[in-house]
Design a protein around this ligand. Sequence first.
Ligand code: M7G
Length: 286
Amino acid sequence: MGFVVQGISKPPLLGKGAVSSASGDETDAVVILEKIPFQEENITELLKKHTALHLQMSNDIYSTYRLLLPPELNEIKTTVVYPATEKHLQKYLCRAVYLIRETGEDYKNVTLPFIESQSFSIQWVYNILEKKAEADRIIYENPDPINGFVLIPDFKWNQKQLDDLYLIAICHRRGIKSLRDLTDEHLPLLRNISQEGGEAIQKRFGLMKTQLRVYFHYQPSYYHLHVHFTALSYDAPGCSVERAHLLSDVMYNLELDSQYYQKCPLAFAVRADEPLLKEFQEAGKA
Ligand code: M7G
């Protein structure tokens, strides 16, 4: 679950139960609160150490309870984007969604000019590639500037349990915005990510390639090519059919036709208040 806090004072107030607004110098923040999966080794402790157990209902062999846990077993993962831009606020606010079917022409005429005019900053990506941030978190690197990449835990994953394993492979080469830019020229890069990324995850975390979902997002939020690696058993946000494109399928399609992703229609969902929806509506395409 995520929520957006608008107009908070610097620095963001966290863990106090309330976010207050001070006069002057107000800046928006996005605060994402997530309950993290249980760790199997803590289950016994969790049942023994609970602070209260309230019966809610009982019927035959079935009963439900409210179990209250001590704070150390009740962690909330908190992600903060601060200061948040208007685009961050839009990304995290809940709105009605619509499906757009973008042809290759639509991409050139509508989407590309739009993303060139206003997409998220990818400074955090460059910071990772240049070892200015998260350098100690890198799991694997192939340093080749054309066909190399950095494999790093996604900031959605706390690395405490494998159930929600989530890593991203970020390519070193700049200028490849998304799936739409890929041609067979990029196959060596994609093969390296698939092969070496899978091996590195097996070595470090013990999950086999067949236990992973490896895919691109279309549209991505950040237009610098990256690949998502998630545990197959985890329904990661953004792994739905209208957003995720399996790396293995992408490689196969590029082997068949180098221009496949410049030509094929790609569907994606946009929220009601997203300017890209308006662009498609104005072009008579949505
Ligand atoms: P995306 O498909 O471009 O956008 O994926 P999405 O956020 O809408 O899925 C970018 C991925 O990078 C996401 O899975 C993010 O959780 C992850 N990510 C974003 N940021 C800003 C960071 C960061 O600073 N560090 C790390 N490690 N991951 C990030």
